[in-house]
Design a protein around this ligand. Structure first.
Ligand code: CTP
Ligand SMILES: C[C@](O)(CO)[C@H](O)COP(=O)(O)O
Length: 235
């Protein structure tokens, strides 16, 4: 039987670093919101069983989404941190009928609307016992700063440095257990992979793409607009 995937899209952030007048996932990218574009990456993929969007408690923008009433799109209320939102999404998924707790789920940032179908297929097709993440090998020389000061302490061996992206793919209940364990032990995790590492897993690194940027700072939106224009012309 062909494996299908639910994807959890954390979209409950406030976008503080973007310094915009709305949460960044609701900013426009080439005429559609960033979140709507991100959902569109998955919604018509034959292997996607459904999309679970984690929205903020006070989110008044979601009802205006193109996908608000779509049969394959469900929502849940996110949490204080991104990891809390993902935990709540996993619990919501587990509460749904016909969900196998051991099935693999994808987690993808709402703020990454430029993921290609090729890269999505790479992470979905990748077979791994310990889960997998999209990531990019470091292209620049990597410096470690000295304590809390912007002074160079050392240069890291960049051949061993990867920059994590999303989607990240893990078994549903194993990921939920790892996130809960990390939270209980006060370990801050900024991606799903960190939680799996915390319980001793060594997930596979799957090549992502430079265009799969996370829109975080104001200039990232300009970069995304340029990338979107380029990618639209080249496909
Ligand atoms: N409590 C949170 C915090 C973040 N996110 C989501 O996680 C993704 C990646 O997080 P980030 O880029 O840090 O978004 P924000 O937290 O909104 O940004 P900032 O840190 O600048 O506030 C985003 O799609 C964001 O909406 C979430 O679902 N729940
Ligand atoms: C999950 C992530 O996109 C992988 O690089 C990143 O950790 C999210 O970090 P943020 O600070 O929540 O944007």
């Amino acid at each position: 039987m062909t494996q299908t995937f639910w994807v959890i899209i954390p979209a409950a952030g406030v976008g503080q670093r973007m310094q915009a007048n709305c949460p960044k996932q609701y900013l426009s990218l080439a005429g559609e919101t960033i979140l709507d574009r991100t959902i569109a990456l998955f919604i018509s993929h034959p292997l996607i069983a459904g999309v679970l969007v984690g929205v903020g408690q006070e989110d008044a923008y979601w009802p205006h989404s193109t996908w608000y009433n779509h049969a394959l799109v469900k929502t849940f209320i996110g949490g204080e941190e991104r990891s809390d939102t993902v935990q709540k999404g996993l619990r919501h998924l587990l509460s749904m009928p016909d969900i196998n707790e051991h099935q693999a789920v994808l987690v993808h940032d709402a703020a990454r609307p430029l993921l290609s179908q090729d890269a999505l297929n790479r992470i979905m097709d990748h077979q791994s016992e310990h889960g997998a993440i999209l990531a990019m090998p470091a292209k620049d020389t990597v410096k470690l700063q000295l304590a809390e000061r912007p002074l160079v302490d050392a240069t890291l061996d960049r051949s061993a440095i990867w920059l994590a992206q999303t989607p990240q793919k893990f078994p549903l209940s194993a990921l939920l257990d790892a996130l809960e364990k990390a939270r209980l032990e006060g370990v801050s995790v900024t991606d799903e992979c960190s939680a799996m590492e915390f319980i001793g897993w060594h997930p596979d690194l799957v090549i992502g793409e430079s265009s799969n940027i996370k829109i975080t700072l104001p200039e990232d939106l300009l970069i995304a607009e340029a990338l979107f224009s380029y990618l639209s012309k080249s496909h």
